[in-house]
Design a binder for this molecule. Structure first.
Ligand code: UD1
Length: 421
């Protein structure tokens, strides 16, 4: 099994480019299933989660071709409406296929989805929303058996929490339903807007994405189109943390600074000098970071839960005390065990983590506990004294493409190899 070997304490310097957003690519690819003919999606990152999505599309009968970050999906031969357990269990976001398959085939048979270990991740909001649109869903025996013999029908859907996935599933299903759907308490993440932009290019009529109420007027048909996925704001936040923690001076390209508005002030407060220029963010970092004070994760435009572990890694070597409150997921502090093994002083209690900054971390063998927890270990390894060896790279590969090579390009001493190679 390969590991990432990092010799830390090297300030990062130079330019690094952010890839397309994983969390946009997945629902947009699933949604291509609804588009007649050929759809071309640009800026899709080379990630194992994208591979898993392509496998599902292929299983459903789509012809999918991939050239670098361009993925073309042709739905002409699409003939199936089931996703087997082996494909569903590869990632949680496979649930986003439910709305697309149901809308296309008027029936769908999926097993319950897999995904990151972030505590219980139910899909009750997805199912309640689709039932509001007329789907009959039988959940017995670990399988979701869904049908809507007369097609889906627009309705008001009020989400009890602004779930990203449930908002996406509802938007996709409603785009091809008959009549008007109004989603209340919708998620407002940039990836929701990207999905709406894609759907509108394909002929859908969606208004209000990015706000709490989204209106969707269903159309009889969606057609193939071309779309470029937005940059990955969490990858950008990871590079910001990597610069911050190494006393670096990094130019981060292909970002949308607006999407990072909840994150930028956090790094500024810790002493980084940050400048935004169109699609570039520069992060110039002090020799030692100040505390991150109190970070509460919230739905967008609040601080993203996906950046919590990454910023926490930076806070372990900041001066003073930093406090984190995780409001989105129940069990998102697993990375703290591994950070402690590197010398971090972190106490957790329920939703809260208190980090007392130490002079330095010390490299050792650690294992990624989940995707962003793995990224946090990379950030920690970049600033640690000595060598850090990170295992569990299959989790990192879900969200970061060619990470070692790209970080080497800005001066990091990082290598991916088998331990004895
Ligand atoms: C998406 C992102 C993930 C991010 C998360 C929150 C993708 C592929 N993944 O995940 O990276 O961390 O948003 O920003 O886009 N919930 C329910 N019932 C449901 C659905 C969700 O109780 O039916 C709960 C979840 O358990 C969780 C919270 O709502 O506690 C947020 O989940 P949600 O916004 O749905 O996250 P995902 O779409 O799974």
């Amino acid at each position: 099994m390969e590991k990432l070997f990092i010799n830390g304490s090297v300030p990062l310097k130079g330019e690094i480019t952010v890839n397309g957003a994983k969390n946009s690519s997945l629902p947009i690819l699933a949604c291509a299933l609804l588009c007649e003919g050929t759809t071309c999606i640009h800026n899709c990152p080379e990630l194992s989660d994208v591979d898993a999505t392509v496998k599902i599309l292929t299983h459903l009968g789509c012809r999918v071709s991939r050239e670098g970050s361009d993925i073309t999906v042709c739905t002409d031969g699409c003939c199936r409406c089931d996703v087997p357990d082996s494909l569903m269990s590869e990632m949680r976001s496979s649930i986003v296929f439910l709305g697309a398959i149901l809308a296309r085939c008027r029936s769908a048979r999926l097993s319950f989805p897999g995904g990151c270990e972030l505590g219980p991740r139910p899909i009750d909001l997805h199912l309640a929303a689709l039932r509001r649109l007329g789907a009959q869903i039988d959940e017995t025996g670990g399988t979701l058996d869904c049908k809507c013999d007369r097609g889906l029908c627009g309705n008001t859907v009020t989400l009890s929490f602004p779930s990203v996935g449930a908002t996406e599933n509802t938007m996709i299903a409603a785009a091809a339903a008959s009549g008007r759907t109004v989603i209340q308490n919708a998620a407002r993440e940039p990836e929701i807007c990207d999905l709406a932009d894609f759907l509108n290019k394909a002929g859908a009529q969606i208004y209000g994405s990015g706000e709490s109420t989204i209106i969707i007027d269903g159309v009889p048909k969606l057609h193939g189109c071309e779309h470029t996925v937005i940059p990955d704001r969490i990858e950008a936040a990871t590079f910001m943390a990597a610069s911050a923690v190494t006393g670096g001076d990094l130019i981060i390209r292909d970002v949308v600074p607006r999407h990072l508005q909840p994150v930028i002030p956090v790094f500024e407060q810790a002493g980084c000098d940050i400048k935004c220029l169109q699609n570039i963010i520069t992060v110039k970092s002090p020799a030692r970071l100040g505390p991150f004070k109190c970070i509460r994760t919230l739905p967008y435009p609040g601080f993203p839960t996906d950046a919590q572990a990454i910023v926490m890694a930076a806070s372990t070597v900041a001066q003073g005390t930093s406090i984190f409150i995780e409001n989105i997921f129940d069990s998102r502090y697993k990375h703290t065990h591994e950070l402690r093994r590197m010398g971090a002083e972190i106490k957790t209690e329920g939703r809260m983590a208190v980090v007392q900054g130490v002079d330095h971390l010390t490299g050792t063998g650690v294992t990624a506990t989940d995707l962003r927890g793995g990224a946090a270990l990379v950030v920690a390894g970049l600033c640690a004294h000595g060598q850090t060896a990170i295992g569990g790279l299959n989790l990192l590969d879900r969200g970061y493409a060619h990470l070692a090579r790209r970080l080497r390009g800005v001066g990091a001493d990082i290598e991916r190899r088998a331990p004895d190679a």
